[in-house]
Design a protein around this ligand. Sequence first.
Ligand code: HEM
Ligand code: HEM
Length: 233
Amino acid sequence: MAKGDGGVGAWTVVAHVLAVAATALVLIWCIHFRGGLALRSHNKQLIFNIHPVLMLIGPIVLGAEAILSYRSLIKISSSREVRKKAHLALHGVALAVGAVGIYAVFKYHAEADIPDLYSLHSWIGIATISLYALNWLAAFLTFFFPKASPDTRRSVVPWHALLGLLIFGLAIATALLGFLEKLTFLQAPPMHLVSRYGAEALLVNFTALIVLFLGGAVLLATANIDSTRYTAM
Ligand code: HEM
Ligand code: HEM
């Protein structure tokens, strides 16, 4: 659906529903199955639990809502400036929530005596959050304050949108790796804390699947399908 045509596309609605579902599922997992959340505790696992919850609510759920805000807020405000402020602010909150989530996992590692940045998840994760912060800053300077010239803004915006979707895709991939990694730790010998075939394993795998579908729905909601591009039929 074209932007600004007065309606909210079906994929945007699907993305909202999946975003709510993913938030509920990660909270059920970390609070009901994993014992709860705490930034300070003798039980270091509770410090870890902050990480998946905030990474999901931040760069993934609020990040998705920020990307969709140009389309989903069309009924609330037809002003592009208002929606631009919502986009900027939601991405800002997403980034701040993500930064606290990363702080929590570093704190957990420090207090549980676990080395930092040894896994594929952690490498892609640190790259993702850094690119998210850089993209936010570059876009703020270009589109908001002090603002580049109209010509520059026009030529930068497609790159901003493409890079933004790429970074969002990286956040989705990082989260999938994170769920898989944590589940593997919990299932590994000698502790076998979680059964391979039980309810908790199913819940974590299903949450990751919902996150993947959320990524797909955001991509489909923002895709501008242009059939005139294809000439060799
Ligand atoms: C956008 C989403 C995410 C980002 C950017 C991210 C980033 C990171 C980073 C940078 C670390 C390294 C911390 C250190 O070395 O001290 C880490 C650790 C970890 N994260 Fe995530 N994370 C995300 C989502 C998740 C999710 C959803 C889970 C699911 C449980 C998860 C599970 C873990 C685990 C188990 C560790 C500790 C082991 C390791 O360092 O690989 N992460 N994460
Ligand atoms: C990491 C943070 C950000 C990400 C991931 C991101 C991502 C995106 C995406 C995917 C789009 C395309 C949306 C669509 O097609 O409907 C977009 C559009 C846009 N973004 Fe961002 N963005 C970020 C931060 C910012 C900031 C801080 C500003 C500053 C004002 C900004 C300004 C814009 C503008 C002006 C558009 C064009 C909207 C239009 O005319 O359709 N973005 N962004």
